[in-house]
Design a binder for this molecule. Structure first.
Ligand code: 9F8
Length: 158
């Protein structure tokens, strides 16, 4: 059983994330989307809200499941019996940091990292940019699933 972990904060999930998750689901027997619990960073959505949105938008992939994790990513991979990490790369600027993490993770626990180029349609996307645009009333319909757009607009109205 070939399992892969797709880690992130997903605050919230974007179409760029979903594109990578969908493509990964066709490469592996199982894909575990790992939502990082980061105590030192207060997100817009709670971890539970992010998990709920991810489960809704990945519901059509029967080999994708969503879990949260804290601490070392390689410990989460071990616990999930996953030998591969999947990272979406948007631009060369992503590569420096991701290469450093990949080298650390293989050294720590022999966990390999598979870099997948994002679909050019989404290469400019990030959760932060989407939140900023939505905060100022911009239309983000092309960048996130409808359920995420609706949740984001409602949350920013609070
Ligand atoms: C492009 C990209 C960035 N990340 C991290 C996102 C985050 O940390 O919220 C991803 C996670 C899954 C699939 C693609 C991506």
């Amino acid at each position: 059983m070939r399992r892969a972990v797709c880690p992130g904060s997903f605050d919230p999930v974007t179409n760029g994330h979903l594109d990578i998750i969908g493509r990964a689901s066709r490469l592996f027997d199982e894909v575990i989307v790992g939502v990082l619990v980061n105590q030192s960073k207060q997100g817009l959505f709670t971890v539970e809200e992010r998990i709920d949105m991810l489960r809704e938008v990945t519901g059509s992939y029967e080999n994708v499941r969503v879990e949260s994790f804290r601490g070392l990513l390689v410990d989460f991979c071990r616990a999930q019996h996953a030998s591969v990490l999947i990272k979406g790369l948007r631009a060369v600027s992503d590569f420096d940091y991701e290469l450093q993490m990949a080298q650390m993770n293989i050294g720590l626990a022999g966990v390999e990292t598979l870099f997948m180029p994002t679909n050019p349609l989404y290469s400019f996307l990030s959760s932060s940019l989407v939140k900023d645009v939505a905060k100022w009333g911009g239309d983000i319909s092309a960048h996130v699933p409808d359920v995420v757009r609706d949740e984001l607009v409602a949350r920013l109205r609070r």
